[in-house]
Design a protein around this ligand. Sequence first.
Ligand code: HAM
Length: 447
Amino acid sequence: MFEHLPGFRDFYPEALTKRNHIFGIIREVAERFDFSEFDSPVLEPLDLYLEKSGEEIVSQLFHFTDQGGRAVALRPELTPSLARLAGAKAESLKKPIKWFHLGEHFRYERPQKGRLRSFFQFNADILGETDPAADAEVIALLISILREFGLEQDHFRVRLSDRVIWSLFLESRKIPETQKGEILAIIDKSGRRKPEATKEAMEAVLPEQSDDLLGGIEELKAVNNVESVVEMLKSFSLEIGDPADQRATDWQRLMASLESMGYMESVAIDLGIVRGLAYYTGFVYEVFETSGDSRALAGGGRYDHLVAKLSGGDTDLPATGFALGDVTLADCLEKNGLLPELSGGPDLYLVTAGEKERNVALHDASLLRQAGYSVGYALREQGFGKQFREAGKSGADFALIYGEEEVAASQVKIKDLASGMEETTESKALLEQLLAIEEAGGIAPNS
Ligand code: HAM
Protein backbone atom coordinates (compact mmCIF):
# COMPACT_ATOMS: atom_id res chain seq x y z
CA MET A 1 0.00 0.00 0.00
CA PHE A 2 1.23 3.48 -0.79
CA GLU A 3 0.98 6.21 1.80
CA HIS A 4 0.95 9.92 1.19
CA LEU A 5 4.32 11.67 1.33
CA PRO A 6 5.49 13.04 4.70
CA GLY A 7 4.06 16.50 5.33
CA PHE A 8 1.22 16.01 2.83
CA ARG A 9 -2.41 15.34 3.70
CA ASP A 10 -5.27 13.30 2.29
CA PHE A 11 -8.59 15.05 2.70
CA TYR A 12 -11.29 12.42 3.19
CA PRO A 13 -14.78 13.92 2.70
CA GLU A 14 -15.22 14.81 6.38
CA ALA A 15 -11.90 16.67 6.47
CA LEU A 16 -12.67 18.35 3.16
CA THR A 17 -16.05 19.50 4.47
CA LYS A 18 -14.20 21.23 7.31
CA ARG A 19 -11.70 22.80 4.94
CA ASN A 20 -14.50 24.02 2.68
CA HIS A 21 -16.35 25.43 5.67
CA ILE A 22 -13.24 27.41 6.67
CA PHE A 23 -12.65 28.61 3.10
CA GLY A 24 -16.33 29.55 2.73
CA ILE A 25 -16.15 31.89 5.73
CA ILE A 26 -12.87 33.42 4.54
CA ARG A 27 -14.24 34.02 1.02
CA GLU A 28 -17.36 35.64 2.39
CA VAL A 29 -15.45 38.09 4.60
CA ALA A 30 -12.95 38.90 1.80
CA GLU A 31 -15.85 39.76 -0.48
CA ARG A 32 -17.34 41.99 2.22
CA PHE A 33 -14.05 43.91 2.12
CA ASP A 34 -14.42 44.24 -1.68
CA PHE A 35 -11.56 41.90 -2.61
CA SER A 36 -11.76 39.85 -5.84
CA GLU A 37 -10.52 36.27 -6.13
CA PHE A 38 -7.87 35.30 -8.69
CA ASP A 39 -5.76 32.24 -9.43
CA SER A 40 -2.38 31.41 -10.94
CA PRO A 41 -0.39 28.22 -11.69
CA VAL A 42 1.05 26.09 -8.87
CA LEU A 43 4.15 25.45 -10.98
CA GLU A 44 6.26 28.50 -11.77
CA PRO A 45 9.72 29.22 -13.21
CA LEU A 46 12.30 28.57 -10.48
CA ASP A 47 13.78 32.02 -11.07
CA LEU A 48 10.61 33.67 -9.78
CA TYR A 49 11.65 32.70 -6.26
CA LEU A 50 15.43 32.91 -6.38
CA GLU A 51 16.64 36.11 -4.73
CA LYS A 52 13.14 37.59 -4.43
CA SER A 53 11.74 35.38 -1.69
CA GLY A 54 14.71 35.08 0.66
CA GLU A 55 17.18 32.39 1.59
CA GLU A 56 14.96 30.33 3.87
CA ILE A 57 12.15 29.76 1.37
CA VAL A 58 14.59 29.09 -1.47
CA SER A 59 16.23 26.33 0.59
CA GLN A 60 12.78 24.74 1.00
CA LEU A 61 11.71 24.73 -2.64
CA PHE A 62 10.33 21.63 -4.34
CA HIS A 63 11.99 22.09 -7.73
CA PHE A 64 13.00 20.10 -10.76
CA THR A 65 13.85 20.40 -14.42
CA ASP A 66 10.89 19.63 -16.66
CA GLN A 67 11.01 17.59 -19.88
CA GLY A 68 11.56 20.81 -21.81
CA GLY A 69 14.68 21.59 -19.78
CA ARG A 70 13.03 24.40 -17.81
CA ALA A 71 13.95 24.87 -14.14
CA VAL A 72 10.58 24.96 -12.36
CA ALA A 73 9.33 25.05 -8.77
CA LEU A 74 6.08 24.33 -6.96
CA ARG A 75 4.99 27.63 -5.45
CA PRO A 76 6.15 27.99 -1.82
CA GLU A 77 4.16 31.23 -1.49
CA LEU A 78 1.90 33.32 -3.67
CA THR A 79 3.40 36.81 -3.50
CA PRO A 80 5.85 36.52 -6.45
CA SER A 81 3.09 35.08 -8.70
CA LEU A 82 0.74 37.87 -7.68
CA ALA A 83 3.43 40.47 -8.40
CA ARG A 84 3.98 38.83 -11.81
CA LEU A 85 0.27 38.91 -12.71
CA ALA A 86 -0.35 42.45 -11.47
CA GLY A 87 2.88 43.75 -13.03
CA ALA A 88 1.99 42.31 -16.45
CA LYS A 89 -1.26 44.29 -16.59
CA ALA A 90 -0.32 47.17 -14.30
CA GLU A 91 -1.35 49.80 -16.86
CA SER A 92 -4.84 48.52 -17.48
CA LEU A 93 -5.87 47.27 -14.02
CA LYS A 94 -8.11 49.56 -11.98
CA LYS A 95 -6.25 50.73 -8.84
CA PRO A 96 -6.12 49.99 -6.06
CA ILE A 97 -6.02 46.31 -6.96
CA LYS A 98 -7.64 44.35 -4.11
CA TRP A 99 -7.19 40.65 -4.78
CA PHE A 100 -7.37 37.46 -2.77
CA HIS A 101 -6.37 33.87 -3.36
CA LEU A 102 -6.99 30.51 -1.71
CA GLY A 103 -4.67 27.74 -2.73
CA GLU A 104 -2.05 25.11 -2.03
CA HIS A 105 1.63 25.83 -1.42
CA PHE A 106 4.66 23.61 -0.99
CA ARG A 107 7.73 23.96 1.20
CA TYR A 108 10.20 21.22 2.05
CA GLU A 109 10.12 21.90 5.81
CA ARG A 110 10.53 19.41 8.63
CA PRO A 111 6.93 18.30 9.25
CA GLN A 112 5.90 19.29 12.78
CA LYS A 113 2.94 20.76 14.63
CA GLY A 114 1.65 23.66 12.56
CA ARG A 115 4.13 23.09 9.73
CA LEU A 116 3.69 20.72 6.81
CA ARG A 117 5.15 20.38 3.32
CA SER A 118 1.86 21.07 1.61
CA PHE A 119 -0.49 23.62 3.10
CA PHE A 120 -3.12 26.10 2.03
CA GLN A 121 -2.88 29.84 2.37
CA PHE A 122 -5.41 32.61 2.07
CA ASN A 123 -3.57 35.58 0.59
CA ALA A 124 -5.06 39.09 0.46
CA ASP A 125 -3.13 41.97 -1.04
CA ILE A 126 -3.68 45.56 -2.12
CA LEU A 127 -1.50 46.85 -4.97
CA GLY A 128 -1.20 50.39 -6.28
CA GLU A 129 -1.52 52.30 -3.01
CA THR A 130 1.30 53.60 -0.79
CA ASP A 131 -0.95 55.14 1.85
CA PRO A 132 -0.94 53.35 5.25
CA ALA A 133 -4.73 53.16 4.80
CA ALA A 134 -4.01 50.15 2.53
CA ASP A 135 -1.98 48.45 5.28
CA ALA A 136 -4.81 49.19 7.71
CA GLU A 137 -7.37 47.69 5.30
CA VAL A 138 -5.55 44.35 4.94
CA ILE A 139 -4.86 44.12 8.68
CA ALA A 140 -8.56 44.88 9.30
CA LEU A 141 -9.53 42.08 6.90
CA LEU A 142 -7.23 39.64 8.67
CA ILE A 143 -8.61 40.46 12.12
CA SER A 144 -12.16 40.45 10.81
CA ILE A 145 -11.74 36.91 9.41
CA LEU A 146 -10.38 35.61 12.70
CA ARG A 147 -13.24 37.25 14.58
CA GLU A 148 -15.79 35.82 12.13
CA PHE A 149 -14.68 32.35 13.22
CA GLY A 150 -15.50 33.32 16.79
CA LEU A 151 -11.94 34.03 17.95
CA GLU A 152 -11.97 36.86 20.42
CA GLN A 153 -9.62 39.61 21.35
CA ASP A 154 -7.85 37.53 23.99
CA HIS A 155 -7.25 34.60 21.60
CA PHE A 156 -4.76 36.24 19.25
CA ARG A 157 -2.61 39.30 18.55
CA VAL A 158 -1.35 40.90 15.38
CA ARG A 159 2.26 41.66 16.29
CA LEU A 160 3.04 44.79 14.31
CA SER A 161 6.50 45.95 13.34
CA ASP A 162 8.18 48.09 10.72
CA ARG A 163 11.12 47.41 8.42
CA VAL A 164 11.45 51.19 7.85
CA ILE A 165 12.13 51.74 11.55
CA TRP A 166 14.88 49.14 11.44
CA SER A 167 16.31 50.63 8.29
CA LEU A 168 16.27 54.17 9.77
CA PHE A 169 17.82 52.84 12.98
CA LEU A 170 20.67 51.21 11.06
CA GLU A 171 21.08 54.37 8.99
CA SER A 172 21.25 56.49 12.17
CA ARG A 173 24.05 54.14 13.30
CA LYS A 174 25.83 54.65 9.95
CA ILE A 175 25.60 50.96 9.03
CA PRO A 176 26.43 50.55 5.33
CA GLU A 177 23.50 49.61 3.05
CA THR A 178 25.25 46.37 2.04
CA GLN A 179 25.20 45.04 5.61
CA LYS A 180 21.58 45.92 6.42
CA GLY A 181 20.18 42.63 5.06
CA GLU A 182 22.50 40.50 7.14
CA ILE A 183 21.79 42.49 10.30
CA LEU A 184 18.01 42.35 9.73
CA ALA A 185 18.29 38.56 9.44
CA ILE A 186 20.13 38.45 12.80
CA ILE A 187 17.44 40.62 14.40
CA ASP A 188 14.74 38.35 12.88
CA LYS A 189 16.34 35.26 14.42
CA SER A 190 17.17 36.91 17.76
CA GLY A 191 13.74 36.09 19.23
CA ARG A 192 14.33 32.36 18.66
CA ARG A 193 18.03 32.23 19.62
CA LYS A 194 20.03 32.43 22.85
CA PRO A 195 21.47 35.98 23.39
CA GLU A 196 25.02 34.58 23.08
CA ALA A 197 24.24 33.20 19.63
CA THR A 198 22.88 36.58 18.52
CA LYS A 199 25.98 38.32 19.89
CA GLU A 200 28.24 35.90 18.09
CA ALA A 201 26.39 36.39 14.81
CA MET A 202 26.54 40.17 15.18
CA GLU A 203 30.24 40.14 15.99
CA ALA A 204 30.89 38.20 12.81
CA VAL A 205 29.29 41.01 10.78
CA LEU A 206 30.32 44.10 12.79
CA PRO A 207 33.20 43.23 15.13
CA GLU A 208 33.72 46.81 16.39
CA GLN A 209 30.17 48.02 16.85
CA SER A 210 28.34 44.90 17.93
CA ASP A 211 27.78 45.72 21.66
CA ASP A 212 26.54 49.21 20.96
CA LEU A 213 24.26 47.99 18.18
CA LEU A 214 22.86 45.14 20.26
CA GLY A 215 22.01 47.65 23.03
CA GLY A 216 20.10 49.78 20.53
CA ILE A 217 18.31 46.73 19.13
CA GLU A 218 17.16 45.65 22.59
CA GLU A 219 15.83 49.17 23.22
CA LEU A 220 13.83 49.06 19.99
CA LYS A 221 12.49 45.59 20.75
CA ALA A 222 11.21 46.85 24.10
CA VAL A 223 9.02 49.53 22.47
CA ASN A 224 5.37 48.58 22.85
CA ASN A 225 3.24 51.64 22.20
CA VAL A 226 2.82 54.13 19.42
CA GLU A 227 3.95 57.09 21.56
CA SER A 228 7.32 55.40 22.13
CA VAL A 229 7.55 54.54 18.41
CA VAL A 230 7.04 58.21 17.54
CA GLU A 231 9.56 59.31 20.18
CA MET A 232 12.09 56.82 18.86
CA LEU A 233 11.59 58.07 15.31
CA LYS A 234 11.99 61.69 16.47
CA SER A 235 15.32 60.73 18.02
CA PHE A 236 16.43 59.23 14.68
CA SER A 237 15.30 62.37 12.86
CA LEU A 238 18.02 64.36 14.68
CA GLU A 239 20.46 62.20 12.72
CA ILE A 240 18.69 61.62 9.46
CA GLY A 241 15.93 64.27 9.23
CA ASP A 242 12.66 64.10 7.30
CA PRO A 243 12.29 60.38 6.56
CA ALA A 244 12.00 59.63 10.28
CA ASP A 245 9.39 62.39 10.76
CA GLN A 246 7.43 61.09 7.79
CA ARG A 247 7.49 57.60 9.26
CA ALA A 248 6.09 58.86 12.56
CA THR A 249 3.15 60.33 10.61
CA ASP A 250 2.63 56.99 8.79
CA TRP A 251 2.47 55.18 12.13
CA GLN A 252 -0.06 57.65 13.49
CA ARG A 253 -2.21 57.27 10.35
CA LEU A 254 -2.11 53.46 10.49
CA MET A 255 -3.02 53.38 14.15
CA ALA A 256 -5.82 55.93 13.73
CA SER A 257 -7.41 53.85 10.92
CA LEU A 258 -7.24 50.64 12.95
CA GLU A 259 -8.63 52.44 15.97
CA SER A 260 -11.57 53.89 13.98
CA MET A 261 -12.44 50.45 12.58
CA GLY A 262 -12.35 48.96 16.09
CA TYR A 263 -9.38 46.63 15.57
CA MET A 264 -6.72 48.19 17.79
CA GLU A 265 -7.31 45.83 20.73
CA SER A 266 -6.15 42.95 18.55
CA VAL A 267 -2.88 44.67 17.62
CA ALA A 268 0.32 44.79 19.70
CA ILE A 269 3.44 46.67 18.68
CA ASP A 270 6.41 44.30 18.61
CA LEU A 271 9.43 45.51 16.69
CA GLY A 272 11.06 42.11 17.26
CA ILE A 273 9.09 40.92 14.20
CA VAL A 274 11.27 41.43 11.13
CA ARG A 275 9.98 38.61 8.85
CA GLY A 276 12.25 36.24 6.97
CA LEU A 277 11.13 37.17 3.45
CA ALA A 278 13.51 39.44 1.55
CA TYR A 279 11.01 41.69 -0.24
CA TYR A 280 9.38 43.53 2.68
CA THR A 281 9.88 47.30 2.77
CA GLY A 282 7.49 48.73 5.38
CA PHE A 283 5.00 47.65 8.02
CA VAL A 284 5.29 43.93 8.74
CA TYR A 285 3.33 41.71 11.12
CA GLU A 286 2.66 38.20 12.27
CA VAL A 287 -0.39 36.84 14.05
CA PHE A 288 0.08 34.58 17.05
CA GLU A 289 -2.25 32.94 19.50
CA THR A 290 -1.91 34.69 22.88
CA SER A 291 -1.53 31.25 24.51
CA GLY A 292 1.86 31.21 22.78
CA ASP A 293 1.59 27.52 21.93
CA SER A 294 1.64 27.62 18.17
CA ARG A 295 3.54 28.80 15.15
CA ALA A 296 2.26 31.96 13.43
CA LEU A 297 -1.30 31.88 12.13
CA ALA A 298 -0.51 34.52 9.52
CA GLY A 299 2.20 36.87 8.33
CA GLY A 300 2.45 39.78 5.99
CA GLY A 301 3.59 43.27 5.24
CA ARG A 302 4.37 45.90 2.64
CA TYR A 303 6.57 45.07 -0.35
CA ASP A 304 6.77 48.17 -2.51
CA HIS A 305 9.49 47.12 -4.96
CA LEU A 306 8.78 43.48 -5.75
CA VAL A 307 6.74 44.23 -8.88
CA ALA A 308 9.51 46.51 -10.17
CA LYS A 309 12.15 43.85 -9.47
CA LEU A 310 10.20 41.15 -11.27
CA SER A 311 9.42 43.33 -14.26
CA GLY A 312 13.05 44.41 -14.61
CA GLY A 313 12.16 47.94 -13.51
CA ASP A 314 9.54 48.49 -16.25
CA THR A 315 6.60 48.75 -13.87
CA ASP A 316 6.38 49.77 -10.26
CA LEU A 317 3.41 48.99 -8.06
CA PRO A 318 3.46 49.51 -4.31
CA ALA A 319 1.90 46.56 -2.51
CA THR A 320 0.86 45.27 0.89
CA GLY A 321 -0.77 42.06 2.07
CA PHE A 322 -0.67 38.90 4.14
CA ALA A 323 -1.14 35.15 4.07
CA LEU A 324 -3.13 33.13 6.60
CA GLY A 325 -2.25 29.41 6.76
CA ASP A 326 -4.88 26.66 7.07
CA VAL A 327 -2.87 24.32 9.33
CA THR A 328 -2.41 26.58 12.35
CA LEU A 329 -5.83 28.18 11.82
CA ALA A 330 -7.67 24.82 11.87
CA ASP A 331 -5.67 23.70 14.97
CA CYS A 332 -6.53 26.94 16.75
CA LEU A 333 -10.26 26.74 15.88
CA GLU A 334 -10.43 23.08 16.85
CA LYS A 335 -8.72 23.76 20.18
CA ASN A 336 -11.15 26.56 20.98
CA GLY A 337 -14.21 24.48 19.99
CA LEU A 338 -14.93 26.78 17.06
CA LEU A 339 -15.20 24.19 14.31
CA PRO A 340 -18.79 22.94 14.18
CA GLU A 341 -19.52 19.26 13.59
CA LEU A 342 -20.43 19.34 9.95
CA SER A 343 -22.57 16.62 8.46
CA GLY A 344 -21.99 16.07 4.81
CA GLY A 345 -25.22 14.07 4.29
CA PRO A 346 -28.10 14.60 1.88
CA ASP A 347 -31.26 16.62 2.65
CA LEU A 348 -33.56 13.71 1.79
CA TYR A 349 -33.16 9.92 1.82
CA LEU A 350 -35.54 7.77 -0.22
CA VAL A 351 -36.90 4.53 1.26
CA THR A 352 -38.68 2.23 -1.20
CA ALA A 353 -40.72 -0.98 -0.92
CA GLY A 354 -39.85 -2.76 -4.19
CA GLU A 355 -38.97 -2.39 -7.88
CA LYS A 356 -42.16 -0.54 -8.87
CA GLU A 357 -42.02 1.89 -5.93
CA ARG A 358 -38.31 2.44 -6.55
CA ASN A 359 -39.00 3.60 -10.12
CA VAL A 360 -41.53 6.15 -8.87
CA ALA A 361 -39.03 7.30 -6.23
CA LEU A 362 -36.24 7.66 -8.80
CA HIS A 363 -38.49 9.83 -10.95
CA ASP A 364 -39.14 12.06 -7.91
CA ALA A 365 -35.40 12.06 -7.06
CA SER A 366 -34.66 13.73 -10.40
CA LEU A 367 -37.33 16.39 -9.84
CA LEU A 368 -36.13 17.02 -6.28
CA ARG A 369 -32.49 17.29 -7.39
CA GLN A 370 -33.46 19.73 -10.13
CA ALA A 371 -35.26 21.75 -7.46
CA GLY A 372 -31.98 21.94 -5.49
CA TYR A 373 -32.37 19.17 -2.90
CA SER A 374 -29.57 16.77 -2.18
CA VAL A 375 -31.09 13.30 -2.42
CA GLY A 376 -29.63 9.92 -1.42
CA TYR A 377 -30.92 6.33 -1.55
CA ALA A 378 -29.63 2.75 -1.40
CA LEU A 379 -28.19 1.73 -4.76
CA ARG A 380 -29.15 -1.91 -4.21
CA GLU A 381 -32.59 -3.10 -3.26
CA GLN A 382 -32.74 -3.56 0.50
CA GLY A 383 -35.34 -4.32 3.14
CA PHE A 384 -37.26 -1.41 4.71
CA GLY A 385 -35.49 -1.77 8.08
CA LYS A 386 -32.02 -1.57 6.58
CA GLN A 387 -33.02 1.42 4.46
CA PHE A 388 -34.34 3.25 7.54
CA ARG A 389 -31.11 2.59 9.39
CA GLU A 390 -29.16 3.95 6.39
CA ALA A 391 -31.46 6.99 6.29
CA GLY A 392 -30.69 7.65 9.96
CA LYS A 393 -26.95 7.27 9.45
CA SER A 394 -26.89 9.37 6.27
CA GLY A 395 -27.38 12.65 8.12
CA ALA A 396 -30.52 13.43 6.04
CA ASP A 397 -33.19 15.65 7.60
CA PHE A 398 -36.10 13.68 6.12
CA ALA A 399 -36.80 10.21 4.77
CA LEU A 400 -39.28 10.00 1.90
CA ILE A 401 -41.12 6.70 2.10
CA TYR A 402 -42.45 5.04 -1.03
CA GLY A 403 -44.36 2.07 0.41
CA GLU A 404 -46.80 -0.08 -1.63
CA GLU A 405 -49.79 1.70 -0.11
CA GLU A 406 -48.43 5.19 -0.66
CA VAL A 407 -47.43 4.58 -4.28
CA ALA A 408 -50.77 2.90 -5.08
CA ALA A 409 -52.52 6.06 -3.79
CA SER A 410 -50.04 8.44 -5.58
CA GLN A 411 -48.77 9.58 -2.20
CA VAL A 412 -45.44 9.87 -0.37
CA LYS A 413 -44.82 9.65 3.37
CA ILE A 414 -42.38 12.23 4.77
CA LYS A 415 -40.59 11.28 7.97
CA ASP A 416 -38.79 13.91 10.03
CA LEU A 417 -35.68 12.00 11.07
CA ALA A 418 -34.94 14.32 14.00
CA SER A 419 -38.34 14.09 15.72
CA GLY A 420 -39.65 10.85 14.19
CA MET A 421 -42.90 12.66 13.17
CA GLU A 422 -44.48 11.63 9.87
CA GLU A 423 -47.02 13.01 7.44
CA THR A 424 -48.38 11.82 4.12
CA THR A 425 -48.72 14.05 1.08
CA GLU A 426 -49.99 13.77 -2.47
CA SER A 427 -47.07 13.00 -4.82
CA LYS A 428 -47.77 16.01 -6.99
CA ALA A 429 -47.67 18.32 -3.94
CA LEU A 430 -44.40 16.87 -2.57
CA LEU A 431 -42.17 19.86 -3.35
CA GLU A 432 -44.64 22.36 -1.94
CA GLN A 433 -45.10 20.27 1.17
CA LEU A 434 -41.37 19.96 1.76
CA LEU A 435 -41.01 23.73 1.52
CA ALA A 436 -43.86 24.24 3.99
CA ILE A 437 -42.26 21.78 6.44
CA GLU A 438 -38.90 23.49 6.14
CA GLU A 439 -40.50 26.84 6.77
CA ALA A 440 -42.24 25.48 9.86
CA GLY A 441 -38.90 24.06 11.06
CA GLY A 442 -39.98 20.38 10.89
CA ILE A 443 -43.16 18.29 10.95
CA ALA A 444 -45.57 19.55 13.60
CA PRO A 445 -46.82 16.91 16.13
CA ASN A 446 -50.45 16.91 14.93
CA SER A 447 -50.07 17.16 11.19
P1 HAM B 1 4.80 33.38 5.47
O1 HAM B 1 4.97 34.00 6.81
O2 HAM B 1 5.94 32.64 4.90
O3 HAM B 1 4.37 34.56 4.51
O4 HAM B 1 3.54 32.42 5.50
C1 HAM B 1 2.28 32.89 5.93
C2 HAM B 1 1.56 31.81 6.70
O5 HAM B 1 1.49 30.61 5.93
C3 HAM B 1 2.24 31.38 8.00
O6 HAM B 1 1.96 32.27 9.05
C4 HAM B 1 1.64 30.00 8.21
O7 HAM B 1 0.33 30.10 8.75
C5 HAM B 1 1.50 29.49 6.78
N1 HAM B 1 2.65 28.62 6.49
C6 HAM B 1 3.85 28.94 6.00
N2 HAM B 1 4.63 27.86 5.88
C7 HAM B 1 3.89 26.80 6.30
C8 HAM B 1 4.10 25.39 6.41
N3 HAM B 1 5.25 24.83 6.04
N4 HAM B 1 3.10 24.62 6.90
C9 HAM B 1 1.93 25.16 7.26
N5 HAM B 1 1.66 26.48 7.16
C10 HAM B 1 2.62 27.29 6.69
C11 HAM B 1 4.17 34.42 3.17
O8 HAM B 1 4.03 33.36 2.60
C12 HAM B 1 4.00 35.74 2.44
N6 HAM B 1 4.02 35.47 1.00
C13 HAM B 1 2.73 36.40 2.90
C14 HAM B 1 2.42 37.68 2.19
C15 HAM B 1 1.37 37.91 1.36
N7 HAM B 1 3.10 38.81 2.32
C16 HAM B 1 2.52 39.74 1.56
N8 HAM B 1 1.48 39.21 0.96
